[in-house]
Ligand binder design. Structure first.
Ligand code: DC
Length: 230
């Protein structure tokens, strides 16, 4: 059986990663969370004080520091997935904070950051057998991937989902703050000059506002099997 590349793009908190992970597991493919890579660079920038109190980013400083950032994914049997490591340290938890979410879109706008991460993502997908999710996977990272999905959902459905996730982790943030962050990230991610969030022409659109995870999963798996057999 051939091992293909599956690209999943979509809005923040549209359920991409849950589905991408489920699909990777069921197909025995590698799952790559490209957003985790942008979050890890943001964590680095925060730690190095390259982001000021007013949220301003020292772009030049970050660009100069890019050669000190090494990102890898290390499989964690407990979670059943590859977890992101920044310079050898697992930072999977630290990159999910509201602090990182608030600044990640600014960092993701910087062209040399994108160039570095896109190259790394393309290398990881080289042999096929991969599910990668993000914003520009079907358009820029893997434009010739065998199947592309674009996930979307209403802002209320997405805010509710992300709010519940953060609450489960004991994070002190209101539903309103989560919603504001998603709206702002969608705005920056969709309007930046370099590789904005865009639906690839040949992507299958999945609007999951009213579909359960199981329903979406079955639908996507059917399409993937058709591609594998076709
Ligand atoms: O998928 P996520 O919400 O964890 O992604 C975090 C941020 O990273 C998102 O706001 C935009 C950026 N991102 C990107 O620019 N390109 C990608 N391929 C993935 C994420």
């Amino acid at each position: 059986m051939k091992r293909i590349r599956i690209a999943i793009d979509g809005l923040s908190a549209s359920g991409k990663s849950t589905l991408a992970q489920g699909l990777a597991k069921s197909l025995n493919y590698l799952y790559i969370d490209s957003g985790a890579m942008y979050r890890a660079v943001t964590l680095f920038a925060l730690r190095e004080k390259l982001i000021g109190h007013a949220g301003e980013l020292d772009e030049e400083g970050l660009i100069q520091s890019l050669n000190r950032i090494f990102l890898t994914f290390r499989f964690n049997p407990a979670s059943g997935r590859g977890e992101i490591c920044l310079n050898g340290r697992n930072v999977e938890k630290e990159i999910r904070t509201h602090e990182v979410s608030r600044h990640v879109s600014l960092v993701s706008k910087v062209s040399p950051v994108r160039d570095k991460l896109v190259r790394a993502q393309q290398r990881m997908a080289d042999g096929g057998g991969i599910v990668m999710d993000g914003r520009d996977i079907g358009t820029v990272v893997l434009p010739d991937s065998e199947i592309k999905f674009f996930m979307t959902a209403s802002i209320d459905a997405r805010s509710e989902r992300r709010y519940k996730e953060l609450q489960k982790r004991g994070r002190d943030v209101s539903l309103e703050q989560v919603k504001e962050n998603l709206i702002e990230r969608d705005r920056i991610d969709s309007t930046r000059d370099h590789s904005p969030l865009q639906q690839a022409e040949n992507a299958v659109v999945i609007d999951n506002s009213d579909l359960s995870i199981d329903q979406q999963f079955e639908h996507m798996l059917t399409l993937i099997n058709e591609t594998l057999n076709g």
